[in-house]
Design a binder for this molecule. Structure first.
Ligand code: NAI
Ligand code: MG
Length: 347
């Protein structure tokens, strides 16, 4: 019998629908008689405010809980910048959705070879020998704690998913020298790793010096860089500078990893590019779809147990970028659709 994966597709605003269309093409290229994707398209962000008065409806939140994974592009734009803020504004749709899905960890992979060594070589502000061999995942906690462990203070869950393959060390960031909250963080991390993941090597690193190390010797941070919301958000944005461009970096937001012994509910995954809705270039078929397409690879990897297919997507993206088929942000001459088509063809 055919296996059917239920995917909630949330294109959102600005360039969202354009890049999402290409990601969906790539996803559909993996359909076989044995494997089907059932897609449900819904509104989120500004377009949802226009249609329903809310940035996300209860129906869409329920659809996320009923799906195997969620693909999210981007929300927001000048049209909705006025009075609406926080949970009522376009971004509120994403925040509400993450909360509904009990998502508390965000993973941002960063490597000098992803999406392709040729991209880092051309666009990174760093010298080649500095970034050569860089390979880490910044994993930060979204602030919400897993429901089961609410006795622990916010931001310090006792259990969480790890990207532990390959067998990387965990480099935990804090400011334990000055912040009491960091000393709590350090205690909880120490206890969790030694009891739940005894095979994992743990390194404590002060967050401010981690930032300097990321700019001078980023290779020495290879591993899982674990941090709270504040340090994680800052370091993951800084990590974006290693590759040197916005349009190619995907991220995964999870409430757990499949097979993780800490996971008590079914795993939920929301996959989103690290860029925003880029209203300045929306509707012109020039947005780079690569970050969104690489979200499909992360979804295969973390939610659908399709590691081989995830690698095939990443290989196809690399091949296409290396061949010079690129959007204008990467000094290329082709459009969003053409890059998507080339990646599908490479598959
Ligand atoms: P942005 O990431 O949308 O754009 C920054 C710059 O990068 C712009 O010049 C844009 O044209 C370019 N860019 C971004 N993605 C690109 C892509 N795929 N291909 C080619 N060029 C790309 O960030 P900005 O300008 O700060 O925010 C614009 C809107 O997006 C705002 O309304 C903001 O609130 C929203 N936003 C939404 C996010 C989300 O949905 N998670 C995250 C960040 C911003
Ligand atoms: Mg950020």
């Amino acid at each position: 019998m055919a296996q059917t994966h239920h995917i909630l597709v949330l294109p959102g605003d600005g360039i969202g629908p354009e890049v999402m269309a290409e990601a969906v093409k790539v996803l559909q290229a993996f359909e076989t008689p044995q494997r089907k994707f059932q897609l449900r398209h819904e509104l989120i962000g500004g377009c949802s405010i226009d249609a329903t008065g809310k940035p996300v409806t209860e129906e869409v939140k329920q659809a996320a809980l009923d799906s195997d994974a969620v693909l999210f592009a981007a929300v927001g734009g000048p049209k909705w910048d006025g009075a609406r803020r926080g949970l009522d504004g376009p971004e509120g749709g994403l925040l509400q959705l993450r909360k509904a899905m009990d998502i508390y960890a965000n993973l941002r992979p960063c490597s000098a070879t992803s999406p392709s060594p040729s991209i880092a070589k051309e666009f990174s502000p760093f010298r080649e020998e500095i970034i050569e061999g860089v390979d880490f995942v910044v994993q930060w906690m979204n602030g919400a704690t897993p429901k089961k462990k609410s006795s622990v203070s916010p931001g310090c869950p006792q259990k969480w998913p790890f990207a532990t393959t390959p067998p990387w060390p965990v480099i935990s960031l804090d400011k334990a020298n000055v912040l009491a909250s960091s000393r709590l963080w350090r205690r909880v991390v120490e206890k969790t790793i030694t009891t739940e993941y005894p095979q994992v090597k743990l390194i404590h690193q002060l967050a401010d010096s981690a930032s300097l190390i990321m700019a001078t010797n980023p290779r020495s941070l290879n591993g899982v860089i674990l941090a709270d919301n504040t340090f994680g958000d800052m370091l993951s944005d800084q990590a974006g500078s290693i590759v040197g461009t916005l349009g190619v970096l995907p991220s995964a937001s999870l409430n757990g990893l499949p097979g993780d012994k800490a996971l008590k509910t079914r795993p939920y995954g929301l996959y989103e590019p690290t860029h925003g809705s880029a209203p300045d270039i929306a509707g012109r078929n020039i947005a780079n779809p690569v970050a969104m397409i690489l979200c499909v690879a992360l979804m295969f990897r973390y939610s659908l147990n399709m590691e081989a297919e995830a690698k095939r997507v990443e290989d196809a993206v690399r091949k296409v970028l290396d061949s010079g088929v690129r959007t204008p942000d990467l000094k290329g001459k082709v459009g969003t659709k053409e890059v998507g088509d080339a990646i599908v063809a490479a598959l």
